[in-house]
Design a protein around this ligand. Structure first.
Ligand code: ADP
Ligand code: MG
Length: 282
């Protein structure tokens, strides 16, 4: 307990060995002293409900503890989502599996249990633009946080930028970096740009360090055969990297139409049906 809190409790007669009290204010202070702030806040309402519903002591205590636990959990998830840099608004529940038949719903549901993260496995989401790679990676990242894992999301450009900045730091400091220490590292948009030799080496260092220590999820438009070319033409390095990455990996090859283009097509069709004409021709 913090020393200021102790002094306050002593001054207010709540410590050291007070008589049992019915004073709600004093009860709230005890809860706050134990850092049960949500329980303190909800105490008064729960006491009212408990009288109304004729709860016994166990039922009341259970309701109070559950309130605290649920709120603490909500706060943890909010903070972890913020730290992870995961984009918002993408969830498995709003993924249209009917639109993308090459993705098995049951495979995604199995991945959503996060067992693969508990086992430090990797996930490779491969396919052309717009097929939902980022959407699925983000959704699984959110699930990971909800299941109690730490997540670090970044675009490959951002990761390489950070890796160059951290190139000279000591191994001890390096292993505390979020991209090394998180349970799940999601790297989005690999393959749009080739790596320089330095970048390929720096990226290899991450994959190598995380091998069997943490999970990696990569999204890419490149097939595995194109990786040597993407990694500065270094076949040896690409082989070593893929060896670690694919040692125990789930590979989802998404072949299908772009959802982005579908949205565009629908937008254009509805404009045509409404008889809208392009601004330039009016
Ligand atoms: P990729 O990363 O493969 O280029 P995205 O995941 O960024 O594609 O998808 C592009 C947009 O389309 C995003 O807004 C995403 O939420 C949406 N999207 C893609 N596939 C689906 C789908 N099957 N169901 C619902 N939304 C989808
Ligand atoms: Mg993407």
């Amino acid at each position: 307990m913090r020393i200021e809190m102790t002094r306050r409790l002593l001054a207010e007669g709540i410590l050291p060995s007070p008589a049992p009290t019915e004073d709600v204010g004093a009860l709230q202070k005890r809860l706050e002293a134990l850092k049960l702030d949500f329980a303190a806040e909800g105490l008064s309402d729960l006491l009212t409900t408990s009288v109304k519903e004729s709860w016994n002591a166990s039922q009341f205590l259970d309701a109070l503890l559950r309130l605290e636990l649920e709120r603490q959990e909500e706060r943890r998830i909010q903070q972890a989502l913020k730290i992870s840099h995961l984009p918002t608004g993408q969830a498995i529940s709003n993924f249209d599996f009917a639109f993308q038949p090459s993705i098995s719903r049951s495979k995604i549901e199995t991945l959503a249990t996060c067992q693969w993260i508990a086992e430090n496995q990797s996930l490779l989401l491969q396919g052309p633009p717009g097929v939902g790679k980022t959407h699925l990676a983000v959704s699984l990242g959110v699930r990971a946080i909800e299941s109690g894992f730490s997540v670090c999301f970044c675009l490959i450009d951002e990761l390489l930028h950070q890796l160059k900045k951290d190139a000279e730091i000591s191994p001890t400091r390096l292993k505390h970096k979020k991209y090394m220490a998180s349970s799940l590292l999601i790297v989005d948009e690999m393959g749009y740009q080739s790596f320089s030799r330095d970048e390929a080496n720096l990226f290899f260092r991450v994959v190598n360090y995380r091998y069997q220590r943490g999970s990696i999820c990569l999204t890419t438009n490149k097939s595995i055969t194109e990786w040597p070319e993407m990694l500065a033409g270094d076949e040896v390095l690409a082989g070593a990297l893929l060896d670690r990455l694919l040692h125990s990996a789930h590979v989802l090859n998404i072949q299908g139409r772009s959802y982005r283009l579908r949205e565009l097509k629908e937008h254009l069709t509805s404009r045509k049906e409404r008889g809208d004409t392009p601004a330039t021709s009016s």
